[in-house]
Design a protein. Sequence first.
Length: 108
Amino acid sequence: MDQTVKSLTPQDLEMLMREKSPLVLDVRDTGSFEVDHITSATHLALADARSLALKADKDTPIVVYCYHGVSSQSVAQHFVELGFTDVSSLTGGFEAWKAYHACDESKS
């Protein structure tokens, strides 16, 4: 069966992070990651994707994000091609994540 990359909203990711322990991968540049990132995210330089894939459990949920949710699609697809069974891309990327959490803070 062919696996496909799923799309997750920021709300979906937050729920997934509460229920499971997904491997959340930030594929933005190192400087952006150091300034701000999703809690528990790991920075992934694209050159390191294959070595990570060799070490990780193929059934571990993986969520990839970038700035706006575009580049993460191709990186996520690469993980599918490497045999991972539960791969998602964050719709709207880190910008959507920040906007979602800004909304939460304005409600409190």
